[in-house]
Design a protein around this ligand. Structure first.
Ligand code: BG6
Length: 322
């Protein structure tokens, strides 16, 4: 829990429908909001108070329904292959503030952070009979970078291992989806969710959007760029421990079929999700897994369909250390 001197960086308030929310603020004006419900980031704003994540105007903040937008956590499964609910249960559970977070050296620069924890419950044991601790640190760096670190520990006392898949289901706000390019995934293999997860190889230079997309790119690089041409800015996503990347936009027909999503909102969102899907992770009792995602914004000069090769997106930068 934040001490009194940290209160300008970390504020505990009530959000929509009285749900507990934590606001993280950095001195230059960047901010992020995290709901304890779902352990879910729902907002990330720059110093001009512009929203960078997409949150549907129809998002329901009504447990046990998941919240449409921000960064839902998919655990213990991505998708709906198992008998569990779609994308697992972590996104529709009430998390707690972690009273005993692990030390995390790389965040010493960040004063705006919160540690949350989700543990197994008796109720849940009926659908997933494992004991676990899922820890999430959400930190806002001094330059506005939004960093999420998850640690999952098997706390089973019956000697049993468990297996899971995971995703940070990040909804980026984009000005116009038809003017967006994703770079870093070209030529990779992917599983197409629209074709029974059949495997294909991506063709072409970069990924652009003109219809529904729902693909799981496999063994991706640690950095992916999402270029918002209209706004001349690029989201840079860096990840660690999460080899795959899901790219999803429902487009018009599916948008209309979702009750918690506006009919036209697909034009202003794109999910690019750091994930571990193809090769599920198995933990023995006492073992821990860690997965990180960091997102930041850089200005981009992008014209005539070309990413400026000398542009400011430095694809060599790696900042992970935690
Ligand atoms: C994406 C999946 O990650 O999430 C899609 O690839 C799915 O298949 C989408 O439709 C939204 O899922 P949900 O459960 O939040 O409606």
């Amino acid at each position: 829990m934040a001490s009194a001197s940290e209160n300008i960086y970390v504020e505990h308030v009530k959000g929509v429908n009285g749900l507990d929310k934590v606001i993280l603020r950095e001195i230059r004006g960047w901010s992020a909001e995290v709901y304890l419900y779902g352990g879910q980031v729902t907002s990330w704003k720059n110093e001009r108070r512009e929203e960078l994540l997409f949150l549907s105007s129809k998002a329901l903040f009504q447990p046990p329904k998941p919240v449409r937008g921000g960064i839902p956590i998919c655990f213990p499964q991505f998708g709906n292959l198992d008998s569990l609910e779609q994308h697992g249960f972590a996104r529709n559970r009430l998390w707690s503030v972690d009273p005993d977070p692990p030390p995390c050296s790389s965040h010493t620069n960040s004063r705006a952070f919160i540690d949350l924890i989700l543990r197994h419950s008796e109720e849940e044991a009926k659908i997933w009979s494992h004991r676990y601790e899922l820890r999430l640190r959400v930190a806002l760096g001094p330059a506005g970078d939004l960093m999420l670190t998850s640690r999952i520990r098997n706390t089973n006392t019956d000697g049993k291992s468990f297996t899971f898949t995971f995703a940070y289901h990040t909804y980026f706000f984009v000005t116009d989806i038809s003017e967006v390019r994703v770079e870093g995934l070209e030529t990779l293999d992917y599983l197409d969710n629209l074709q029974n997860r059949e495997r294909f190889t991506e063709q072409g230079d970069a990924i652009t959007f003109e219809s529904e997309v729902d693909k799981i790119y496999l063994s991706t690089p640690t950095k992916i760029a999402i270029l918002d041409h209209e706004r001349k800015r690029t989201f840079e996503l860096r990840k660690d421990g999460l080899p795959d990347a899901v790219v999803w936009n429902p487009w018009d027909k599916k948008a209309k079929a979702m009750a918690d999503f506006g009919d036209e909102e697909y034009k202003h969102m794109l999910c690019v999700e750091a994930a571990c899907v193809e090769k599920p992770i198995t933990l023995k009792p006492g073992e821990e897994w860690k997965g990180r995602q960091e997102i930041s914004i850089v200005p981009s000069s992008y014209c005539s369909g070309q990413l400026d090769p000398r542009g400011q997106l430095d694809l060599r930068r790696v900042t992970f250390g935690c």
